[in-house]
Design a protein around this ligand. Sequence first.
Ligand code: C2E
Ligand code: MG
Ligand code: MG
Ligand code: MG
Length: 278
Amino acid sequence: RAKAEGRNTYGFYTEDLTRLASQRLELETRLRRALAGGEFVVHYQPVIAVADGRLLGAEALVRWQPPGEVMVPPGAFIPIAEETGLIVALGEWVLGTACRQWREWLDTGLQPGSLAVNLSVEQIRRRDVEGMLREALHDTGLPPRWLELEITESSLMAQGEQAEALLAALKALGIGLAIDDFGTGYSSLAYLKRFSIDKLKIDRSFVQDIADDRNDLAIAAAVVAMARALDISVQAEGVETEAQLDLLRELCCGSYQGYLCSPALPADEFHARFLARR
Ligand code: C2E
Ligand code: MG
Ligand code: MG
Ligand code: MG
């Protein structure tokens, strides 16, 4: 009987895993076609100075727009793209698209500020990221000082010496480096002095309850103080209320992103709202 149950259980899992595997394969195939078919779009979320509300730049965030369907957020496909390696081609496409857009705006005399692009650990693992960056800058003609890469601390830690070489290469190219989702990863703070980091982005989970939770406020205050002492910029992610912004201003946090100002927007809307009327 135990044997029968065991077999049933095994059968159940096998069926389940097979179904999951084929769903993943289907999604992977769809993602590959989507990339070839131009179904991905890059949206831009403004980065704003806490002190005076001026535009400092934007973060490029990818979305999938299958024709006739609702827009798919990155959380639904980035993990699969990372597992399958498609992130290499997708990430390269996002970088090229965003750099080209920035170059176009700069060329027409607009002031879009800095462009932040997310870099996945799988890109570092699977591809010569330095080569990719050189190529993107060369092909688009974007001056490297406008570009900032966002890497999570876990990605940085996972890469060890490879990360160190990459960060040195970024510096040599003149590209900025931001630590994304700061405070959520397992890591020692030692990397802050080992690498030359330009910006820490305080994760949304600490910002969210900053007005109601004394511990979150204490964490945010400590991150801001530490960054300032180390001469690193600090940016708050996910600011949704005036109360949160007021507290960040009191802490002397440099910049923020969040729905309070704007979600990520298609290029034309970002242009209309943040560039055209300046
Ligand atoms: P992230 O890099 O930490 O990006 C911030 C996320 O927070 C974005 O979600 C943004 O839309 C969202 N957000 C911004 N302000 C607010 C707010 O006030 N409230 C709330 N609730 N959310 C806010 P999104 O666009 O869904 O992206 C999720 C994650 O997907 C990103 O987190 C990033 O890790 C990844 N991702 C997005 N685009 C790319 C890409 O081109 N390449 C790679 N490797 N990853 C990407
Ligand atoms: Mg980011
Ligand atoms: Mg983040
Ligand atoms: Mg995040």
